[in-house]
Design a protein around this ligand. Structure first.
Ligand code: DC
Length: 241
């Protein structure tokens, strides 16, 4: 069964308000800051699925696996043990007990993560983990903001709020380069565009505008303005006019 065909588990009737906010979009479009801001404003949990793909990639690189050898990556995809912390004010990611929050943001991981993410076995493994986290959060009576590339299309297609963030490539590159401590903006833009091309072109769960997603071009807005737009969408779902 392909990851895309895996059925979504049902939400139990006593799960409380099952608010899932799916935030998809291109690299550097402001997904993480927006998702964390929305989760903090609404008291929701937060799941960064990109960090999970990065963590598996980091583990493959440390093992010396050739990330362009899809069969090698697939064969090891089940091995690393990932734990994602879902507090939006301090999200964490551990692999086999090791905190990898910093090393998953290096240029080596940036350039290796797209080929690893294109391997179906990696996606299936993470899809199960992602759905389990959403399911457990909802079952505990809490909502969650989930950010990635395929959240509204594959991971949780029934999310009541779906947004797709994009931004002008130059704006994305300058934001990302600031976040990474002043890396070269032109090189950062090339790296973002290369990742976008692979993420959008892959056969399994490509980056797409999901059915029902609201597209927001964040270029002209401040972070607070984008957060406010998504919060308004969530409030409209919670209390329809
Ligand atoms: O959001 P990010 O830049 O941290 O994501 C890192 C990579 O992970 C990105 O190039 C694509 C991949 N990814 C994915 O394929 N599916 C997701 N749901 C999240 C991220």
């Amino acid at each position: 069964m392909s990851p895309t065909d895996t059925p979504v588990p049902p939400v139990p009737a006593n799960a409380g308000p099952p608010l899932v906010v799916a935030v998809d979009g291109t690299s550097g479009s402001g997904k993480s800051s927006t998702s964390r801001g929305v989760a903090q404003r609404l008291g929701l949990a937060y799941l960064d699925t990109g960090a999970q793909f990065r963590a598996i990639t980091w583990w493959m690189l440390r093992r010396g696996v050739d990330v362009h050898d899809a069969a090698a990556v697939a064969g090891l995809a089940a091995e690393p043990r990932l734990v994602s912390g879902t507090d939006p004010s301090a999200p964490t990611i551990h692999v086999d007990g090791e905190d990898v929050s910093a090393p998953i943001r290096t240029p080596e991981v940036n350039s290796a993560v797209s080929p690893v993410s294109a391997v179906p076995e990696v996606r299936t493994r993470l899809l199960e983990l992602q759905r389990a986290i959403v399911f457990e959060t909802l079952a505990a009576g809490r909502g969650i903001v989930v950010e990635g590339r395929d959240i509204g299309s594959v991971v949780w297609p029934d999310a009541p709020v779906k947004v797709y963030l994009s931004a002008d490539p130059a704006a994305r590159a300058s934001r990302r380069s600031r976040e990474e401590g002043g890396t070269d903006v032109a090189a950062t833009e090339q790296s973002l565009l290369a990742r976008d091309a692979i993420d959008s072109g892959r056969a399994t769960a490509p980056l797409v505008l999901a059915d029902g997603a609201v597209a927001i071009d964040t270029t002209p807005y401040t972070l607070e303005e984008v957060v406010a737009q998504v919060v308004a969408l969530a409030r409209a779902v919670e209390a329809p006019a």
